[in-house]
Design a protein around this ligand. Structure first.
Ligand code: PMV
Length: 336
């Protein structure tokens, strides 16, 4: 018979998951609790924006404990992690409490959303800790329930999240592996700290924009274009479509009630510089999520040139260089 300590050891697992940048974005849900999106989305996993999470279920833990190394974690965020653990416990038919320790590879000051990498890593670690061996699709579905965009951090490389109409049909899958195309995502930090309005709260008001219905209609064409661009490695088509999508999303955000103005002076400085650099013949495009920081998309062969030009921007405080990355994986080394 195995000793108790051995049994405990079996109930601990660690996972590493990347954040992802949406080329076609998710904004608006048709089911709030299950986080079923109103449109499909397409993304690329980010190699330098990783979350590592260790989860241990044990009889010794009297209640769930959640800790983030080097960062403050709010009561609201802790409650969301506990809710997610409840979904996983239900699946694993367990009543054990958990200790969760997590850390991000990217600086807190980057202000980038860590919910995608965070909930992907939590899902993979917690299910493995409970001994559940779930296929990738099921992991993606479970991660989606924690945070919509987290479902895209489970599969490798370039990913599509199928919208679906039921929980079982709304999941992400890999379109292409990370080495399919040498794309570079330069994340430019113009404003440290978290965003003022969370994406969950922001997208709940999407319907109040007079442009939202039009967005849902013309996004179908952009999805086709981005998938075609990825398939053919057509960088101009990828860049133009990605940028058009980001501006379209922010036009919706700015015309919601209440309006969401995520851009600041630094955001505008980068947008205008990118347009200028392109006029000068440098193929580089931008995309922006629910915050002021800007992702520049370029091909690997132009990375050095773009990095050089960034130095002239007065509002850029930091730059994180990302390549396409694999999705969430289990890791050997635990955080505690
Ligand atoms: O998954 P959430 O709730 O963090 O929402 C993500 C929303 C955007 O980043 C703006 C778009 C996207 O698809 O990642």
């Amino acid at each position: 018979m195995r000793k108790e300590s051995e049994l405990r050891l079996k109930m601990k697992a660690t996972a590493i998951a990347p954040a992802n940048i949406a080329l076609i974005k998710y904004w608006g849900k048709k089911d709030d609790q299950l986080r079923l999106p109103l449109n499909p989305s397409v993304s690329m996993n980010l190699s330098a924006c990783l979350t590592t999470t260790t989860v241990e279920f044990a009889t010794g833990h009297r209640h769930d404990q959640v800790e983030m190394i080097g960062e403050e974690i709010s009561e609201k965020e802790i409650a969301r992690v506990k809710d997610h653990l409840n979904w996983i416990r239900k699946l694993g038919k367990s009543r054990l409490s958990a200790k969760v320790v997590t850390k991000n590879s990217f600086p807190k000051s980057s202000g980038i959303a860590s919910s995608a990498s965070g909930f992907a890593a939590l899902t993979v670690a917690a299910t493995a800790a409970l001994g559940l061996r779930l296929p990738e699709r099921k992991l993606s579905i479970m991660a989606r329930i924690g945070s919509g965009s987290a479902c895209r951090s489970i599969p490798d490389g370039f990913v599509e999240w199928k919208e679906g109409n039921t929980t079982g049909s709304s999941f992400a899958y890999s379109l292409y592996p990370p080495d399919w195309w040498d794309i570079c995502d330069l994340l430019l930090i113009v404003s440290p700290g978290g965003k003022k309005v969370s994406s969950t709260a922001g997208m709940a008001e999407a319907w109040t924009s007079p442009f939202f219905e039009a967005r849902l209609e013309n996004i179908k064409d952009r999805i086709k274009k981005v998938k075609k661009a990825l398939k053919q490695k057509n960088f101009i088509l990828l860049g133009e479509t990605t940028e058009e999508e980001a501006v379209n999303l922010h036009a919706v955000m700015m015309t919601q009630k209440p309006p969401l103005f995520y851009w600041n002076e630094g955001t505008m400085e980068i947008i205008l510089a990118v347009c200028e650099w392109r006029n000068q013949g440098l193929p580089v495009y931008f995309t922006i999520d629910a915050g002021p920081n800007v992702h520049l998309i370029t091909e690997g062969k132009n990375e050095k040139e773009v990095r050089g030009r960034i130095r002239s921007l007065k509002n850029v405080k930091d730059a994180i260089v990302n390549k396409p990355a694999k999705g969430a994986v289990l890791a050997e080394n635990h955080l505690f």
